[in-house]
Design a protein. Structure first.
Length: 235
């Protein structure tokens, strides 16, 4: 169901400026009736400033009068609010991470110099002016900038970074960068798992062999029990 652009503020205006029932206001604004009741009683957590739905083009005087005349009448939206779409632009970065951008830029410049300023701008959501200042070390805070992996900082994803690096390498005619940092660890892990699997197989064979010998001993010497068991030896 289509709702007003500011449901709570619209409900506050309708409570103060109309005799519509709480049910009508709640249904039109997409709220629970208790929320409307709280607004009417001024017990809401925040004091709301009413928003006129008539001036906003969402209702008309005639529509409100129909609702006031008939408590069962459901208000109809005259013009739904336009859907908000994000325009194209730099990647949005939370305020808490914006101070890490220079460190991420410096890391890319140091480790992947072929990546263009435009690619860095899209990856981290910064301006070319900032990137250029870090490249030529004229940034105002250059003394405190430490190259750090932007993926670790949460400024971009590993997939996006790898794609940008591969694209830059292709444009430069160089072989694509392959991350080999974990190859040694991977080989060591595979070798360890192989050894563990072989050891488990040997242990299983030894256990089966031991069980077979015990069974054979019971058949040859049926009257003799294990002296270490808590059972008497047969006379």
């Amino acid at each position: 169901m289509v709702q007003p652009l500011m449901p709570h503020a619209t409900a506050a205006w309708l409570v103060d400026n109309s005799s519509l029932t709480f049910e009508q206001i709640a249904e039109f604004c997409g709220l629970h009736i208790l929320e409307v009741q709280a607004i009417a009683d001024d017990t809401a957590a925040t004091k709301l400033t009413g928003r006129d739905p008539i001036r906003a083009g969402e209702l008309t005087h005639d529509e409100i009068e129909r609702g006031q005349a008939d408590p069962d009448y459901k208000l109809k939206m005259i013009k739904a609010p336009e859907e908000v779409r994000r325009t194209k632009g730099p990647r949005y970065t939370p305020v808490s991470k914006r101070q890490d951008k220079p460190d991420g830029i410096a890391w890319i410049i140091k480790n992947h110099p072929d990546v263009t300023d435009g690619q860095i701008s899209k990856l981290i959501g910064t301006t070319r002016t900032t990137i250029a200042a870090i490249r030529d070390r004229s940034h105002w805070n250059m003394a405190n900038i430490t190259p750090k992996d932007p993926v670790t900082l949460g400024l971009t994803t590993q997939r996006e970074l790898d794609a940008a690096v591969a694209k830059a390498a292709k444009a430069a005619g160089a072989p694509a960068h392959v991350d080999t940092r974990f190859e040694g660890d991977r080989d060591a892990l595979i070798e360890q798992l192989r050894r563990e699997r072989e050891q488990h197989a040997r242990d299983a064979e030894a256990a089966l062999a031991g069980a077979g010998e015990d069974a054979l001993g019971d058949e040859i010497f049926p009257g003799i029990r294990d002296p270490f068991k808590n059972t008497p030896v047969a006379e």
